[in-house]
Design a protein around this ligand. Structure first.
Ligand SMILES: CC[C@H](O)CC(=O)C(=O)O
Ligand SMILES: [Mn+2]
Length: 343
């Protein structure tokens, strides 16, 4: 592969944040400690630790964390010798108050995440992160759902607020390889900062799409060991490291250590294997937020309807992260409709 950027790749491991969705936010402190210790020893550059929905996400709406995320961030910082501890912040769910708290505990990098058309709400948080001396990164979620020109416009806004990199975030795992290529290519032509890529494996394209992103010049890459992330999970980090190594691209990450920690530390944390089951496939197909999976399954059981119908309807309506209450609304509506059809 001929990369269009000569900057080194930086891998951010997201299993301890995106994976929080897959385990209904039930991470224990000892799981975080052992995972961070092993990831740090393997040489992973950044490790993200937060509630799945970012700082402040532990609520009835998004799902309560078993352990306060600040305690988990503190534990992660204690265990890490070289990896940087990152946090995710969705403005409105988290505030600058939680950002300052995470920073005071030792988090040194924040990804400020907004819907792909709403970058303006990240200004305050990106500015604050820079003031605190943290690395500030923009994270444009549901990047498949906006035209390329809109994505570029929004990324430029984040750059103007002080973002040091902006991510194309494929929250629904819906992007096809040529769509990744056009997005990264357009950003590379318009931004002076680094470009990142965050995939979900709902259509089994995460590693392939990540390679396309790297080839086009993305240098900040997310992955989750054993695909421990929302939906079918993310780009499987240990697989990506192996593939890149085979391509002669050295990440500085120790492959055998990654395999070992996948087997003995992250694997046992999975509540169920991260296969592409119907729910995640439908999310990739219909372009629905990966973190909606467990919510839609629960709503389907509660209202006695097929969770696929809920997901497809959510995709049709363009429901986005932060609107989790709409999952119940849609389920109730569909159940009502199917009852009236029977009568
Ligand atoms: C709800 C936040 C979300 O999980 C962030 C993310 O990882 C994504 O949009 O893919
Ligand atoms: Mn994600």
């Amino acid at each position: 592969m001929i990369r269009k950027s000569d900057k080194p790749l930086q891998i951010t491991e997201v299993s301890l944040r995106d994976g929080s969705h897959a385990v209904a936010h039930q991470f224990t402190e000892s799981q975080i400690r052992s995972a961070v210790r092993a990831l740090d020893e393997a040489g992973v550059h950044n490790i993200e630790v937060s509630h799945g929905d970012g700082l402040g996400g532990s609520t009835l709406q998004y799902g309560r964390s078993l352990i306060d995320e600040m305690k988990l961030i503190e534990a992660a910082v204690e265990e890490s010798k070289q990896s940087r501890i990152a946090v995710l912040l969705l403005p409105g769910i988290g505030t600058v108050h939680e950002l300052k708290q995470a920073h005071s505990l030792g988090a040194s990098l924040v990804r400020v995440a907004t819907h792909v058309t709403e970058a303006d709400v990240s200004a305050q948080h990106l500015h604050m992160a820079r003031e605190l001396g943290m690395e500030a990164i923009g994270f444009l979620m549901m990047s498949h759902s906006a035209p390329v020109a809109k994505l570029v416009e929004q990324a430029k806004l984040m750059e103007s607020y002080g973002a040091e990199a902006v991510y194309v975030t494929d929250s629904a795992g819906a992007l096809l390889p040529h769509q990744v290529k056009e997005r990264i290519e357009a950003l590379r032509g318009s931004l002076s900062i680094e470009i990142g890529f965050h995939a979900h494996n709902n259509l089994s394209l995460a590693v392939a799409n990540t390679l396309v992103a790297i080839e086009e010049g993305a240098t900040r890459i997310d992955g989750s060991v054993r695909c421990l992330g929302a939906g079918a999970g993310n780009t499987q980090t240990e697989v990506l490291v192996a593939v890149l190594q085979k391509m002669g691209i050295n990440t500085g990450i120790d492959l055998y250590r990654m395999m070992d920690l996948a087997e003995h530390i992250i694997g046992p944390m999975l509540h169920r294997p991260q296969e592409i089951l119907t729910g995640s496939l439908v999310m990739g197909y219909a372009g629905v937020y990966s973190s909606f999976l467990l919510h839609a399954e629960r709503a389907g059981k509660r209202f006695g309807i097929d969770s696929r119908d809920i997901l497809v309807e959510l995709g049709r309506r363009g429901i986005i992260g932060g609107q989790e209450d709409m999952i119940l609304d849609v389920a109730a509506e569909l159940a009502h409709k199917s009852k009236s059809e029977v009568l």
